[in-house]
Design a binder for this molecule. Sequence first.
Ligand code: NDP
Ligand code: 2IT
Length: 446
Amino acid sequence: MNKIINDFLAEIDNRNSHEPEFMQAVKEVSEDLIPYIVSQNIYHGKNILMRMVEPERVVMFRVNWIDDNGEIRVNRGYRVEMNSAIGPYKGGLRFHPSVNLSILKFLAFEQVFKNSLTTLPMGGGKGGADFDPKNKSDGEVMRFCQSFMTELFRHIGPNTDIPAGDIGVGGREIGYLFGQYKRLKNEFTGVLTGKGVSWGGSLIRPEATGYGTVYFAEDMLNHISDSIKGKTVTISGSGNVAQYAAEKCLHLGAKVLTMSDSSGYIYDKEGINEEKLKYIMDIKNVKRGRISEYVNKYPKAEFIKGKKPWDVKCDVALPSATQNEVNYTDAKTLIKNGCICVAEGANMPCDHDAIKQFKDNKILFAPGKASNAGGVAVSGLEMAQNSLRYSWTRDEVDEKLKEIMVKIHKKCLKYGQDKDYVDYGKGANISSFIKVADAMLAQGVV
Ligand code: NDP
Ligand code: 2IT
């Protein structure tokens, strides 16, 4: 079996050798899927995984814009349309200086499996640009978004490809992107999700990824007759996912000890309560400042510069910033300090060696494609509401989100439950694969 897996990965590596994040995501999925495929006559010999790792289409384009000093700036934009077997391409846009094809292909690949798990009819895609929204004026961000959409609009549409937010793309950017799409097409359609509620957005979409991650952690803990109530939680990141993960932890009676950004983390021994979280939201969303400002208002807390929060003793860890932010050493430290549950709010925040540590030590571990699927799931509900020309209440959407997370948990158990341990990664990979693979086989070699 190892030889089949290694031969497969060697062939993919040959074609994508300069794409380490993409190779990492493919490896993680292949180790679970290849043994399953080989054991199933309907999939074996159909080159199905090879078809899944090749994007259906990749668009790369120039984005020119003019900054506040009148200088002409050039960025690179992308959309990776990975797989449309079970629905139109769906997935976020990331604006961050690190964005490249490897990162977007890994995200698009993961998105295909994640979207399949949601139970909703969405294919997978991802896009973005190497544009850095930090320290840019609103006018600069708007001009960038307009220029980006001036090319992207011809490749997307409400039945073709529906982008949304991700790192560096929140409500403000979605607004500017939507405005430009509408102007170019002269059409008011649900072509993006994460829209404002007064112009086609869904209630709970901003909260959905963070809330969903905590619902999933709670489902995992309930499965071992435990709960998140009273637990200490460390969270990385202080953006959209981290903020609402923290909020839901507080709703469910857990104590949040840390949040972070790329400059370092804050550690508040007394716990980040609702009032303190509101202050963080104000720093990050309104003032667009840094997490270190927290200690100016709450001097009993510490700011630890340049470090990640995984040295802090906790029961539950929710990595919610970016890929590969939890490595082997971090995983060892978390386990040594008594952590029992890790649920990924971000995409691929735990590297291969960290995941192996969690599994070897039988720590509850949820891969992002399962635990952070709440965000795209509510995007799917936003699309449904747009098609109905109707909107559901906050409670209705929240209930549907909870139900979807429970269904994802059940799907993970179906293929991941071993005697005394659930391999959520394996459960998520196999369960999501089946739906996409069956659709691909039914649709022929296209
Ligand atoms: P935001 O842009 O709102 O926040 C990102 C946070 O992560 C910020 O605190 C940022 O700090 C930090 N961060 C970003 N890059 C790095 C880095 N290289 N090193 C350290 N910290 C970093 O993004 P989101 O909260 O939306 O996304 C966070 C993660 O969740 C991503 O992995 C994303 O793919 C994933 N995700 C997002 C979903 C969504 O609906 N938004 C859905 C599912 C997954 P700083 O401000 O210093 O850059
Ligand atoms: O990684 C993700 O699932 C997202 N960034 C959200 C995608 C979406 O279409 O809502």
